[in-house]
Structures are given as structure tokens and as C-alpha cells.
Design a protein around this ligand. Structure first.
Ligand code: DP6
Length: 331
């Protein structure tokens, strides 16, 4: 094997993924719904996979162990198996660094598993093309499948039992639309539950899970059209609808899954108030208390200033559309 380094940028879903397909092996990690995302500038994972005497994983310069390291090493096994090489996988040293905002609480699994997939495939001399690598990244984490491209990306739900058609593809490149995403960091409490377990609970117990899944394709089609037309108010309406529908589905789970804190709602209401004043921001939020706001480039700074003033807000990062991942191989 060789030594390879990959850089992949994180992404935020504008039309959300929440739920796994019924009766599929957990290892395939097949989503119940498709999703549509924006890859972000600056916020990224850089990962190196190199030959070694024994397996190891370092995250942000620290040796990692337990389930965190086990997930990474299991993913190396998947890439090695997909590559179809004979014999056991060679031992690897994996070093990953996340460049995500410090106050974060932002999931690193999207950029992390995308970078790991790309670095491992290159190290194992495996080049099936980005679509197949996207399907492989999905098995590490669903949202990672979308970080295989910059700009605006769609992850297809797919129908095949082996998941080979459940992969992302690029909709529009980084240069297509110079929008901004504000990441509004609010107070952090203990996280309700991880995404994977939360999705399972919603599927098993939420009465809104069925309608959530059934209405997702229509949101995707409408979002794709609004994106192609660069229509911010229409896209904004769809992304808010997708976000609130997902959180309603989570909250109606048993026991309830509530990721929001008081400040989360204060920010949401502030965004709506400012919108009525002409600062057009649209909110989305994931499995955590932070709020992300999509807006036009020329209103981003003013919106950021106004949202920093909301009580309970620690920081506001302003980011634009991000690039494709990159991979470098050394002998
Ligand atoms: C709320 O991709 O973290 O951010 O596939 O189980 O690893 P696993 O889940 P993950 O879930 C992301 C959920 C979300 C919405 C989204 O990014 O689409």
C-alpha cells in the first residue's frame, strides 16, 4: 500500500436525512430518504492513511481508542474489501484533523468519513470513481456520502438492496451561487442522543415518521428546482419546512428527542423577525442546539452582527460554498 492524504469539507443538509431504510443490514447504512446539502468552505477534515506496524488512529494529534477508533478501523476494512485485494488488510496509521469551529458541537462525521474513504481508497490503490466512493463513505456515516463533492449535492435514496445506487451526486458546483451559511452557536447542554440511535427511535416510535419519509421526495424535487433557479425565498421555505418536519418527527418519538435549547428558539425567532425587516435568512438545525441560517452574501455580515446580539449566542461563523475534496498520494 501507499501513503495518502485527503481533505474533505463538511456539509449541511438543506433537505434533511433522518431515518434508515427498513430491513437493511446495519453495515450498509441505507437512508430511508434522500437529502440535499451545501458543502462548506473552510470547515474540513484532513486525513492521512499510511502503512504501519500496527493499526492506530490519532484524532487532532491525540491517540484515540474505544468505539471512535473501532469505527475508523472498521471503515478501513470496508474499503479494503471493496478494493477486492487478496489477503488481509495491511496495518495502517490513520491521522485525522478536524478544522471545525472551536465552540463547535458540529458533527465531524460527514467530512471525517469522506476524507477517510478517499485517503484509504488512494492508499489501497482503489479508484472506482467518486460515485462508488460516495456509496462507500455512506457506510461510515450517511452525511459523509455528500462530502465527496463541493457546492450543492444530492444523496439519492436508492432502491437496490446492496445500496450501490444509494450515493450522492453533484447538483451545482461551488461557483454556482455565492450564498452564505451562518453557523449560530448557542448554549450546549448534554446531547439528547446520537443520530444513528435517534433515527432508530423515531422509526420505531414516532407517529410522524411515516409522513416524514413519504413527503421527502417532493421536498427534494422542489428544492432542486429552487436551487437551479437560484431562488432564495423558495429554497428557504423548503429548507425550513424540511427542518421543522424532521424535528417534529424527532420530538414525537418516545421518549422524545429534543435537541433544541431555549437559545435555539430565541435565534429562530430572531431570524424570522429580521426577515420581516428585510434581512432574508432561513433557518435549519441538525442533531444539536445550534442554528444554521442560509442567506445572500450581501446580507450575511449584517445578519451575523444582529444574531451575535441574541442572548445565549456564543459565536456566529459565516461560511460560503466549499470545494471538492482533494487527494494526494506519496509512494
Ligand atoms: C440531522 O449522517 O450523522 O444531520 O448515517 O447514522 O452516521 P449516520 O447519521 P448522520 O446523520 C445526519 C443527520 C442530520 C441531517 C443530515 O445531515 O441530513
Amino acid at each position: 500500500m501507499k501513503s495518502a492524504r485527503a481533505v474533505a469539507h463538511t456539509n449541511i443538509a438543506l433537505v434533511k436525512y433522518w431515518g434508515k431504510r427498513d430491513a437493511s443490514p446495519a453495515d450498509l447504512n441505507l437512508p430511508a430518504v434522500g437529502s440535499l446539502s451545501l458543502t462548506l468552505d473552510r470547515l474540513r477534515s484532513e486525513t492521512t492513511v499510511a502503512p504501519a506496524e500496527q493499526d492506530s488512529f490519532h484524532l487532532n494529534q491525540e491517540p484515540a481508542s474505544g468505539e471512535v477508533a473501532a469505527k475508523v478501523l472498521r471503515h478501513l476494512d470496508r474499503v479494503w474489501q471493496a478494493a477486492g485485494h487478496a489477503g488481509a488488510r495491511p496495518a495502517c496509521e490513520v491521522r485525522s484533523h478536524n478544522y471545525l469551529p472551536t465552540a463547535a458541537g458540529l458533527a465531524s462525521s460527514a467530512s471525517g468519513f469522506a476524507a477517510l474513504t478517499l485517503a484509504a481508497a488512494a492508499a489501497f490503490d482503489y479508484d472506482p470513481g467518486r460515485p462508488a466512493l460516495s456509496a462507500l463513505a455512506r457506510r461510515g456515516s450517511g452525511s459523509a456520502a455528500r462530502s465527496l463533492w463541493g457546492g450543492f449535492v444530492r444523496l439519492e435514496r436508492g432502491v437496490l438492496p446492496d445500496g450501490s445506487d444509494c450515493r450522492a451526486y453533484p447538483l451545482q458546483p461551488q461557483s454556482f451561487w455565492d450564498v452564505r451559511l451562518l453557523i449560530v452557536h448557542t448554549e450546549k447542554g448534554p446531547k439528547a442522543i446520537g443520530s444513528t440511535a435517534g433515527m432508530q427511535r423515531s422509526r420505531d416510535t414516532s407517529p410522524y415518521y411515516g409522513p416524514w419519509v413519504d413527503t421527502s421526495e417532493a421536498d427534494l424535487a422542489a428544492a432542486e428546482a429552487a436551487l437551479a433557479a437560484r431562488d432564495l425565498p423558495v429554497l428557504g421555505d423548503i429548507l425550513e419546512h424540511s427542518c421543522f418536519k424532521m424535528h417534529a418527527c424527532m420530538m414525537a418519538s418516545r421518549p422524545p428527542i429534543v435537541y433544541w435549547r431555549g437559545a435555539t428558539l430565541d435565534v429562530i425567532h430572531a431570524v424570522w423577525r429580521l426577515r420581516a425587516e428585510g434581512l432574508r435568512g432561513y433557518v435549519t438545525s441538525d442533531a444539536g442546539p445550534h442554528v444554521k441560517v442560509l442567506c445572500a452574501q450581501d446580507q450575511a455580515d449584517e445578519l451575523a452582527v444582529r444574531l451575535r446580539a441574541v442572548s445565549g449566542v456564543h459565536a456566529v461563523d459565516v461560511v460560503g460554498p466549499g470545494p471538492d475534496p482533494t487527494v494526494e498520494v506519496s509512494a
